[in-house]
Design a protein around this ligand. Sequence first.
Ligand SMILES: O=C(O)C1=C[C@@H](OP(=O)(O)O)[C@@H](O)[C@H](O)C1
Ligand SMILES: C=C(OP(=O)(O)O)C(=O)O
Length: 403
Amino acid sequence: MVSGTAQLPASKSESNRALIIRALAGAGQLHNLSDANDTELMQRLLAEPATTTTLDAEDAGTVMRFLTAYLAVTGRQVLLTGTARMRQRPIGVLVDALRQLGARIDYTEQEGYPPLQLRGWVPQLTAQEPAELSVRGDISSQYISALMMVGPQLPGGLRLRLTGKVGSRPYIRMTQSLMQHFGGQCRDLGEVIEVRPQAYQPADYTIESDWSAASYWYAMVALAPRGSSITLPGLRRHSWQGDQAIVGIMAQLGVATRFEEHGVMLTQQACAEAIEQDFTDCPDLAQTVAVVAAAVGVPLVLTGLESLRIKETDRIAALQAELAKFGGALVDEGDGRFRVPVAGFTVAGQTVETYHDHRMAMAFAPLALRGSLTILAPAVVRKSYPQFWLELRKAGFEVTEQA
Ligand SMILES: O=C(O)C1=C[C@@H](OP(=O)(O)O)[C@@H](O)[C@H](O)C1
Ligand SMILES: C=C(OP(=O)(O)O)C(=O)O
């Protein structure tokens, strides 16, 4: 049985936006900042003196993308780099947009990818007209969030016209909400986002717990013996995080959510017979949901997985390789449709590769409720949920580290 209370990290997405906006606002108290490496890294890099010549965003997408925009508009001259994987994650859309606004940025290795040499800021527009830009929304919403957050610094503000199929929309809305909290004026008109030129106001903000991290506890309740339940403090009924979508998805995979005063309580209920789910708005939930569906034997069709191939690893390839070890699969049906069939899924001592991806480790860990397994490079969880293994132990899992 799984029972008790599990502590979640604070949202790294909210934390990293709040840190950038506070840096632009000049002041403000942030409560419950995430202890995720992505957030501690953002804090450290923002605190570096202007004379620092190299900043390493490691494997943190939000740090790489948000800092590029922040450092550009603040006129910094610095090399912004990252891990080998970060140097394979595209950034051309953001760099092109910032160049049009006045940033001088060079690629030091491959065109369109980090590292970036920032060479200062020569404003292209001094008039009070808003800068107008077209930005693709089908690669990463982080480019759009990055531009939005620096928009109030531009003399006439910013008008972004989004093109293509926009993914991760809730993250754009989260950016808007946090900007507004700090006095930014930002209107999301669907295809167009308008940001008014206006200084941010110092404000206090308390970061919500992380709904993406909560998804792993949903997975545990889904896979646990009958009568299991878990309480997760710090989650809000009215959340800015799109990954709250886990509530509706897991309702179909056997987990009921009850909102309480200080968080949620998860209990068990019946599963749906089959599920079709579009992950365009919540890509970070795809691995968790695929693994749970395979293990509980509910046929699942997944769409909206386009961005998964350019995250911490190629998450589609990683899922396919690792699910196969258990007798499961993620079948590419073409036209953007993937299927997790119901097969003879068994957990019996397999070893799971994590591919430098925290979500591979955390998505597969709940399978330990169905048999023993080994997760390689478990320290990857530090990217978003450093206390993950500790919390698992507290919940009654037997977690041993191999030398
Ligand atoms: O803005 C953010 O905080 C994030 C946006 C999403 O990325 P994409 O916009 O690249 O899909 C998400 O996958 C990532 O974990 C965090
Ligand atoms: C994709 C993720 O992060 P990022 O893009 O910020 O590296 C994630 O946390 O799953």
